[in-house]
Design a protein around this ligand. Structure first.
Ligand code: BTN
Length: 240
């Protein structure tokens, strides 16, 4: 078992990712430890955004691993495995999600969860990773935010502790299954939101219609346009 060898459950913290980083710095942390919080008062999202989650309603956790043997140019593999783990977990719970590249979990075009991975490098190798996961579970009201939750989709209410164990179990299983399996790229691609569908995007040249058709080894998205296939990194393309 890679993830969940130890669980530290906190009532309230700024951000579980920050908590892990501080623990690693101050006293060290065993690989596989998970920090889970009932409440995050300064949860971090992608691109410096906030991650908002009503206290006690959702899963907000971070996993620390320091035994990943991966070179920096393949760091996208961690994103793929974690995103697929959540996808598989939701599927086991009867929810058909898609991964919005690179790592948002979406259902019917609305976000249900997100991942924030912070890697610590040593030369060209990944020394350790903090894998932060936020998954909307029992929250029903998101105000103006375009978001959904497991409860909204299934009309059930969930025991967060039970879900935690089942999520960690699935994450471990997906990691073991795909770590050395070359089909990982294909399976990830097939789980993507808008894969092989004509849709609207914009890049520095303006709006265009394109079709997601692949992912490069570094994790760039490949979009087929009328003039050929282009590769984009995160800041270079917008989903419209
Ligand atoms: C996103 O913007 O999609 C990423 C969201 C990641 C949120 C999780 S919640 C647990 C962990 N701690 C944080 O501060 N952020 C991540």
């Amino acid at each position: 078992m890679r993830f969940g060898r130890k669980l530290i459950h906190l009532e309230s913290v700024d951000s579980t990712n920050n908590y892990v980083a501080n623990m690693v710095k101050d006293q060290g942390l065993a690989s596989g430890t998970v920090i889970m919080a009932d409440d995050q008062f300064a949860g971090k999202g992608q691109r410096e955004a906030e991650w908002l989650s009503t206290a006690g309603m959702n899963l907000t956790l971070s996993i620390y691993i320091d035994d990943v043997n991966l070179s920096v140019d393949r760091q996208f593999k961690i994103t793929q495995l974690v995103a697929l783990g959540i996808h598989e977990f939701l599927s086991k719970n009867g929810i058909n999600s898609r991964i919005k590249w690179p790592n948002d979990s979406m259902v019917d075009g609305v976000k249900i969860g997100g991942i924030l991975i912070e890697n610590h490098l040593s030369g060209k190798q990944i020394k350790s990773s903090i894998i932060g996961i936020g998954l909307n579970v029992n929250q029903l009201d998101f105000g103006d935010l375009a978001a959904t939750s497991m409860s909204k989709l299934t009309n059930k209410s969930y025991l967060l502790n039970e879900l935690y164990f089942s999520l960690i179990y699935t994450m471990n299983a997906v990691w073991e299954r795909f770590w050395s399996d070359p089909s990982l790229d294909r399976v990830y691609l097939n789980a993507l939101f808008r894969v092989n569908e004509k849709a609207n995007y914009s890049d520095k040249h303006g709006d265009f219609i394109g079709e997601i058709c692949g992912i490069s080894p570094e994790g760039k998205i490949k979009i087929r346009k009328s003039e050929g296939v282009l590769e984009y990194s995160l800041k270079e393309v917008k989903f419209c």
